[in-house]
Design a protein around this ligand. Structure first.
Ligand code: AKG
Length: 308
């Protein structure tokens, strides 16, 4: 049987030299997970020792300087012109609705939309050990003064939102700006209270374990426990911004592929010519009852939402 050739000695020497040069470049960089301090080379390099565990209940980890400034600025500039008022999913129907619980504006950035977005997604996959294909499109959020997201869970309780890829096992929050005051991410039910009593944290943040937004930092937490049950202690919210403006990006990661086409018997057509455009704008996730529907009551854009 034919075997793949092993690299010869000359090739091995070249590989060692390249590896050493690469390591020197990475070590000299100050730019977080990207390793080179610039999004011109968004190499999917992460350094696990840069990430620190901040809580076990929920399982939460903070990675300072995960994004370079260029990467953070890039996400803001992609989203700025596309912002719309953020919505929440109804607990039973799964339908998207506006609510005073969540007053930010946001937009979805398509997966792999450009090399910088793809590079950030590669880094997230490398850090979380969760496949890129399990990730949803990234959602960029802007909170102006007075805007917030009340504590909630990221796992779903309806059956519509889990058709594609199952539960959201983990969430990665990327902070794209510093915030002068407020805007912390707070876990009111966390058992750990480390770092929550700083005087520069808002009153809301002092109600639980809090993470102060710092440009480029990334927060990873798990919505499911290691036994795959939903974790009530993953309850979290975005505190009201008191001074300044907060920009962040959320990457929800499913237990299974979000990209895979799920073949179900029967008709697999889109009912509208606009389906692929709506899907690209994130409507499959924002408005699943209409777009995806259920087996009993199929939605209008099942083909474009990759569920048939
Ligand atoms: O902005 C935050 O700190 C929280 C955002 C959040 O909870 C979410 O996007 O699910």
């Amino acid at each position: 049987m034919a075997r793949a050739p092993l690299p010869g000695p000359a090739l091995s020497l070249l590989s060692v030299i390249l590896l050493l040069v690469g390591r020197r470049g990475a070590a000299g960089a100050g730019g977080g997970g990207g390793g080179r301090g610039s999004s011109v080379y968004p190499a999917p390099v992460v350094y696990p020792h840069h990430s620190r565990q901040i809580s076990w209940y929920p399982r939460a980890f903070l990675y300072p300087h995960f994004l370079t400034d260029d990467e953070a600025n890039h996400l803001v500039s992609l989203a700025r012109a596309e912002l719309k008022r953020s919505a929440v999913a109804d607990d039973t129907s799964g339908k998207s609705k506006l609510s005073e619980v969540r007053t930010s504006s946001g937009t979805f950035i398509s997966k792999g939309q450009d090399p910088i977005v793809a590079g950030i997604e590669d880094k997230i996959a490398a850090w979380t050990f969760l496949p890129k294909e399990n990730g949803e499109d990234m959602q960029v959020l802007r909170y102006k003064r007075g805007e917030k997201y009340e504590p909630h869970h990221d796992f779903f309780t309806d059956s519509v939102n889990t058709i594609r890829g199952g539960h959201r096992v983990a969430t990665v929050l990327l902070y794209l700006t510093d915030v002068a005051e407020g805007g912390e991410t707070v876990f009111p039910l966390a058992k750990a209270r480390k770092g929550s009593h700083h005087k520069d944290l808002s009153e809301c943040a002092q109600k639980g374990l809090a993470v102060k937004p710092r440009k480029g930092d990334a927060l990873l937490f798990f919505n499911l426990r290691p036994d795959a049950e939903t974790d009530p202690s993953s309850l979290h919210g975005g505190c009201e911004v008191i001074k300044g403006e907060k920009w962040s990006a959320t990457k929800w990661i499913r237990v299974a592929s979000f990209d895979k086409v799920y073949h179900t018997p029967g008709n697999c057509t889109d009912n509208s010519n606009s389906c692929s455009q709506w899907a690209a704008l994130g409507e499959c996730t924002k408005n699943p009852a209409y777009m995806v529907g259920t087996v009993a009551l199929p939605g209008h854009c099942r083909r474009s939402c990759n569920v048939c």
